[in-house]
Design a protein around this ligand. Sequence first.
Ligand code: UT7
Length: 323
Amino acid sequence: MSYSRIVGTGSYLPARIMTNAELEARVDTSDSWIRDRTGIAERRIAADGECCSDLAIAAARDALDMAGMDPTDIDLVLVATCTPDHVFPSTACSVQRELGMREGTIAFDISAACSGFVYGLDVANRFLITGGAKRALVIGAETFSRIIDWNDRSTCVLFGDGAGAVVLELGEQPGILSTHLHADGQYKDLLKVDWGVGQGYEQLTAESGTVSMRGNEVFKVAVRTLGRIVDETLAANRLSKADVDWLVPHQANIRIIQATARKLGLPMERVVQTVQEHGNTSAASIPLALDTAVRDGRIRPGDLLLLEAFGGGFTWGSALIRY
Ligand code: UT7
């Protein structure tokens, strides 16, 4: 039996750090409210002119470097993002071009909001195990600072910019054991950017072009849904909670992460937490967290990883991976 295996991880964070103190000066908020309610202390903000593809390319180079591969070794590039450089061409095509990948490499973007990276892993895994590709680059990259209303305290304190990437290769050793994806569009109004091409440019305003969220309602559905997907993932693999070595969750809110860890009976020392320094980087948050824990030596070969995400749509998903 063949598996998709993670053979390289990488990440990139813009240089500029925005602290909670800076946000206190902009809107009616406080460092203590942000830390208590979300766990966030700071986030990164892309420089003027720094685009989603710039972040994605830097993370991809990092992951290829760890994998010891050249960009020409890759035959599938997926970029999970809801802040692409352009409507089209896709950000994945920009990554393909800028990295000098082979002509004919498959490249496309995935739009599943904060669940985008897990969706990307699922799609890439299916390509690999069915013979559609041999080596894939899956990237989560976001420039959420561009779609934030910086006068809205209920959202501007939450998000940040960044990118993470993994290189997947087909192998005989266990790697991705299962992926589980779901969506429910009936919740579309709880978390959204209201403007799109369908509305026409004359409809674009500061409010419609930025993130709006009914945070408390999203919070409750997220906790409930992520609890369910933990059960679904373990049952599909006939494994128990005690088998999981690391939870690598989407980093939206430390309280949501704690609730999932409690559900798993995992101490917080076995949970990769980057929300404090990164904020919510949407599709980038899981690969950023994964790369952090791989590079600092916490995640070791053979460890069992549970990745889970929840986001706008609603979309949600998980991946169980033998690293
Ligand atoms: O990544 C995709 C999925 N996203 C999520 O999973 C996010 C889910 N939601 C959350 O993480 C939380 O709901 C938030 C962090 C967004 C909000 O925390 P909360 O504990 O649910 O607060 P709340 O929305 O119920 O608001 C409580 C109070 C309100 O004031 P009143 O009505 O009680 O007077 C808000 O106006 O906190 C107020 N508030 C703030 N106060 C200071 C809201 N934002 C702020 C702020 N600073 N930045």
